[in-house]
Design a protein around this ligand. Structure first.
Ligand code: ATP
Ligand code: MG
Length: 333
């Protein structure tokens, strides 16, 4: 299917010079039209940095040091998001690609009614739209995310966490973007609520036709809801495959460990099974494959040479890529 967003060799640092922390390392990833792409990895692996980077919302001292983010607008010419002017970028961010960030439900303005916060997005982006139409669109959006119209005039503190999160999703969708990025939107909510909200977003996607990048460390949610999964470790993508494939047969020992820590889809979270140690310190990254000090299967090449991410040469690669010396890539990409 058609790509909607192509991340090419993206690199992001925090800070400059020899103190720089290289948080996103040469990441290439394609989001296809209509798909749900799940991004998983332990805390500190660079998931949020990737999301902030591709929308150029990096907080200082974050800097993009290389790469391209090619966006394919519906029926238009593709362009590089990283090369947009600030004015075009603001438009891109809500109208083409919308983001719901970690803890976003706490970023609603406490002194404004939720209806006003929704119509504000329209006011900023659709200056020619009538107040009446804006109000109608806001009501429709709230209904779509499961909030009854009689809550339109509520203030954020009058709503539960789950409802506030749904308002944020409504705000993200109100300009009908092609891409919605959710960065662990549900960490503050209980597990039942997490699944409900994600399920609702997927249902909306089927009706409205946008694509989703969903970021979490909970692989069980991704296995259930995404089409494809990419696993990040130490700032790099170490494996990427259709969700069912990775669930059945993860190739990278890190992916396998991550999956093994979620034995039942609905079970409680366990320690990273069979993978002792903690995520690498990005400032002093191990040589070679950065996972090798924790890897139960590390051998000769691992400590010295970084494996390239690509289709494994020793297996039927069917849409999957891995960066591991156990399954060296078909070709140097
Ligand atoms: P989590 O699952 O906890 O959200 P994450 O995968 O989203 O983690 P990031 O927040 O992207 O990880 O962080 C990646 C790395 O960049 C971490 O090592 C982190 O310490 C570092 N980092 C993040 N923000 C900053 C910052 N503002 N300044 C310096 N370093 C930062
Ligand atoms: Mg994060």
């Amino acid at each position: 299917s058609q790509p909607v967003l192509e991340i090419r060799n993206l690199n992001v640092d925090y800070g400059l010079g020899d103190k720089a922390v290289h948080a996103v390392r040469d990441v290439s990833l394609t989001l296809h039209r209509g798909e749900v792409l799940g991004l998983a990895g332990e805390s500190g692996s660079g998931k949020s940095t990737l999301a902030y980077g591709l929308t150029r919302l990096l907080p200082p001292p974050g800097v993009i040091t290389g790469g391209q983010v090619i966006y394919h607008p519906e029926g238009g010419q593709p362009y590089d998001v990283l090369a947009l002017t600030d004015r075009k970028l603001r438009q891109f961010r809500w109208a083409e690609t919308a983001i719901v960030f970690q803890g976003a439900m706490n970023s609603l303005n406490p002194v404004h009614k939720i209806s006003t916060q929704l119509t504000d997005v329209l006011r900023a982006h659709e200056p020619k739209m009538s107040e009446h139409t804006r109000g109608a669109r806001a009501r429709e959006m709230l209904k779509l995310v499961g909030i009854s119209p009689d809550r339109m005039d509520a203030y954020p503190h009058q709503l539960s966490g789950g409802m506030r999160q749904r308002v944020m999703i409504g705000m993200a969708l109100i300009l009908q973007p092609q891409v919605v990025i959710m960065d662990e939107p549900t960490t503050a909510l209980d597990v039942v609520m997490q699944r409900q909200i994600l399920g609702q977003l997927i249902e909306l996607r089927e009706r409205l036709g946008f694509s989703v990048i969903f970021i979490t460390h909970d692989l069980s949610l991704l296995v259930e809801f995404s089409n494809r999964i990419a696993i990040m470790y130490g700032g790099r993508i170490v494996e990427e495959a259709p969700a069912a494939t990775i669930y059945r047969d993860a190739l990278h020992p890190y992916s396998a460990g991550l999956l093994a820590s979620f034995p039942a889809l609905r079970g409680p979270k366990r320690e990273l099974a069979g993978i002792p140690g903690s995520p690498p310190d990005l400032a002093g990254m191990p040589s070679g494959c950065s996972f090798h000090p924790r890897c139960p299967k590390a051998f000769d090449p691992c400590p010295t040479t970084i494996p390239v991410l690509g289709p494994p040469a020793d297996l039927n690669s069917a849409g999957r890529s891995v960066a591991c010396w156990l399954h060296p890539a078909l070709e140097i990409s």
